[in-house]
Design a protein around this ligand. Structure first.
Ligand code: PLP
Length: 411
């Protein structure tokens, strides 16, 4: 695949040095426990990430939660700065959330969609987001259009162009990489179309942040949401969003919180500047400290290097799985990402997943009920999903391939 970032001198230099898998394993205790292929669910965190969370909880134990938060305020600011660096955004455009879904819901609700609005969504849309958007459609009279895919399995750009030319104010909602396959949507091309037609563009980058090198200015999205626990390797219960400066000042949260607004007089309040107007007061500070450490680690490793490494590894895995009799790789053609999906003839994905677990290989099965616009539309009941990360080595790969080969042979 053409990389998400142009090969400028810094990026070229970064790519010249391969990922040191042994070093990544040494700081990831979970690699000694099982063959973990579930980065797309929740990746194995590094020991320093976990230690930072534990240390903060210990500090709360000693001095209290508010006092501890006060003491680490600078480190939380570092997390905003690094989240912004990772996306080529400004720290004022970052809001911290407990998940990608909370971020997406908050931003979409703030757009206050109603009669006359058209919500254009990709087939790659995540289940919880789809449920929210369908509810909006039903309850607020918003027209919901699921944009068709082209033959490569990605958004059909010509069909999208036609839909956008339809006239009514449009909001575009696309998942960069879905939960159900290795597809990578053409997010920059979609961004160019959104700009041409003045549509608002909200990108779900939950599976791509930490996996691919991202730049919101090149993608051209107005907002982006992501989670901490997947390819970023941060603790559960963390996430963040980018809301571009152009959009943020025109948006108000539907439920302002003391964190994002000041109650100025009996019936008045003022929203804070920037994306933090969408945040809530209560949060896991320990989780956010861990998120900050994970962000710093991702930046240190280099997102272009990580992307190269993961894309190459996934391509090799797809090829080898495809050679096993009775195994079908289910990823559509436009699938260079580190999510690899497959099925085994005559064996339900859930059963394959359980059998793999018996070999200490951790994958998941993704049912059509998590991706009706993708798996459902393709007539696939469920897939087995294997998602490696920079700590995955040859022994993990062999364990997965050997176990799938055995399972495929079982009568
Ligand atoms: C593509 C995609 N978007 C969004 C989400 C939801 O993330 P969260 O659970 O942090 O809301 C997921 C979770 O698997 C996902 O795969």
């Amino acid at each position: 695949m053409e990389s998400s970032l142009d090969a400028g001198p810094a990026v070229l230099q970064e790519r010249a040095v391969p990922v040191d898998v042994a070093a990544e394993r040494a700081r990831t205790p979970g690699t000694a426990v099982a063959h973990h292929f579930n980065a797309a669910g929740a990746a194995l965190p590094s020991a320093p990430v976990v230690q930072s969370v534990v240390d903060h909880l210990r500090l709360e134990e000693q001095i209290g939660g508010y006092e501890a938060a006060h003491q680490v305020a600078d480190r939380i600011e570092d997390a905003y700065r690094d989240a912004a660096r990772l996306l080529n955004a400004d720290p004022g455009e970052i809001a911290l959330f407990d998940s990608a879904s909370t971020g997406l819901r908050t931003i979409i609700d703030a757009l206050r969609l109603g009669t006359g609005h058209r919500l254009l969504v990709s087939r790659s849309t995540y289940v919880s987001h789809a449920l929210h958007l369908m509810s909006l459609g039903r309850e607020h009279d918003v027209e919901l259009v699921v944009v068709p895919n082209g033959p490569d399995g990605a958004v059909d750009l010509e069909a999208l162009d036609l839909e956008l030319a339809g006239g009514a104010p449009a909001i575009l909602c696309v998942a960069h990489i879905p939960t159900s396959s290795g597809l990578v949507e053409p997010v920059a091309e979609i961004g160019a179309l959104a700009r041409r037609y003045g549509a608002r563009y909200v990108l779900d980058a939950t599976q791509s942040v930490g996996q691919l090198a991202l730049d919101v200015t090149r993608i051209g999205c107005d907002a982006l949401v992501t989670t901490g626990r997947k390819f970023l390797r941060a603790p559960r219960g963390t996430g963040f969003a980018y809301v571009g400066a152009d959009l943020v000042s025109s948006l108000a949260p539907t439920a302002p919180d003391v964190r994002g607004a000041v109650w100025t007089s009996s019936r008045k309040w003022e929203l804070k500047d920037g994306a933090r107007r969408f945040e809530t007061w209560e949060a896991s500070i320990a989780g956010r400290i861990g998120l900050g450490v994970a962000l710093a680690e991702a930046l240190e490793l280099g997102t272009a290097r990580t992307e190269d490494h993961l894309v190459t590894m996934a391509a090799g895995l797809r090829e080898t799985l495809g050679e096993i009799p009775a195994v079908t790789v289910q990823d559509p053609p436009a699938s260079p990402s580190a999510i690899v999906t497959f099925t085994v003839d005559g064996k339900p994905a859930r059963q394959v997943n359980e059998r793999l677990a018996a070999h200490d290989v951790r994958t998941v099965s993704v049912p059509a009920s998590h991706a009706q616009w993708d798996l459902g539309a393709r007539g696939v009941d469920a897939v087995v999903r294997a998602s490696p990360h920079v700590y995955t080595d040859g022994s993990d790969m062999s364990a997965l391939i050997d176990a799938v080969t055995l399972i495929a042979q079982e009568v």
